[in-house]
Design a protein around this ligand. Structure first.
Ligand code: FPP
Length: 251
């Protein structure tokens, strides 16, 4: 808890995105089935969501299921889908009491109907919440998102809804699944892997990265604080010089 005191609430990342990795290895190390790792991963999801809301982070995005994850063994995919449904049913109360709005990005129509139904219900019920937006990336792949956006834009050009000359970064943003979210400020990836794995490629253009060896089911409030403190000790220059960012460096 001491580390929480070191956080400057004025310079929190506005949008934190997390690649929750290592559930399978966590289970294997303990001699359990991989799916037990995912079950325990949901506990870290709960802790992280509540801690972020408490700190004052406005947008939290979690990579819960990638387009590539469909290639996992059928039993694992089915268990992940069941876990999603049970977590949504269980956590709706926590979302409401913490004033958290649920959002989802990805090729959602690929999800089983039962997941889509639960998801839409919770999204609808929490639509007016304002403290934090929790986005679940489900059946999500950044390249698929870009293909989807390009198709929508070209269709709009074909139907004279937008002109080719009007296409700029803002138009592309508006056609992404994340159109209602700001750019990502900080990406955390657990389990010691240093990869992006097709996550939010457009939105992380100026993000900071924090990698930790901790496996997702072991990720605690203190690990989250550690990541935020590291982020707050960095200088984000967005292509400018250090002196332009901190003028006193000129003297
Ligand atoms: C990566 O670990 C994790 C996933 C593919 C799924 C993440 C899902 C959860 C934490 C549970 C459900 C989510 C919500 C939002 C309720 P891995 O299986 O790739 O681990 P490994 O690399 O050690 O095999």
């Amino acid at each position: 808890m001491e580390r929480e005191q070191e956080i400057n609430t004025a310079t929190l990342p506005q949008h934190l995105a997390i690649i929750m990795d290592g559930n399978g290895r966590w289970a294997k190390q303990k001699g359990f089935l991989r799916t037990i790792g995912h079950e325990n991963g949901t506990k870290s999801v709960r802790v992280t969501v509540e801690s972020c809301a408490k700190l004052g982070i406005k947008y939290l995005t979690l990579y819960a299921f990638s387009t590539e994850n469909w290639n996992r063994p059928k039993f694992e995919v089915e268990t992940l889908m069941k876990l999603l449904i049970s977590s949504l049913k269980k956590e709706i109360k926590t979302l409401q009491s913490n004033n958290i709005k649920l959002n989802a990005i990805g090729n959602l129509t690929n999800l089983p109907e039962s997941v889509q139904k639960e998801l839409h219900e919770v999204i609808q019920k929490t639509a007016d919440n304002t403290r934090m937006t929790l986005t679940l990336a489900l059946s999500y792949g950044a390249r698929e998102e870009l293909v989807h956006a390009v198709k929508k834009i070209s269709n709009n050009v074909k139907n004279n809804i937008i002109s080719e000359e009007a296409i700029d970064e803002s138009i592309i943003n508006q056609h992404l699944y994340t159109h209602n979210l700001p750019d990502v400020d900080l990406v955390i990836r657990t389990s010691g892997e240093h990869r992006i794995s097709n996550f939010l490629l457009w939105q992380i253009a100026y993000a900071e990265f924090y990698f930790t060896e901790v496996l997702w089911p072991d990720f605690s409030e203190d690990h989250l604080y550690e990541a935020i403190i590291s982020y707050q000790n960095r200088e984000r220059r967005f292509g400018k010089t250090s002196e332009q960012i901190i003028p006193e460096k000129n003297v």
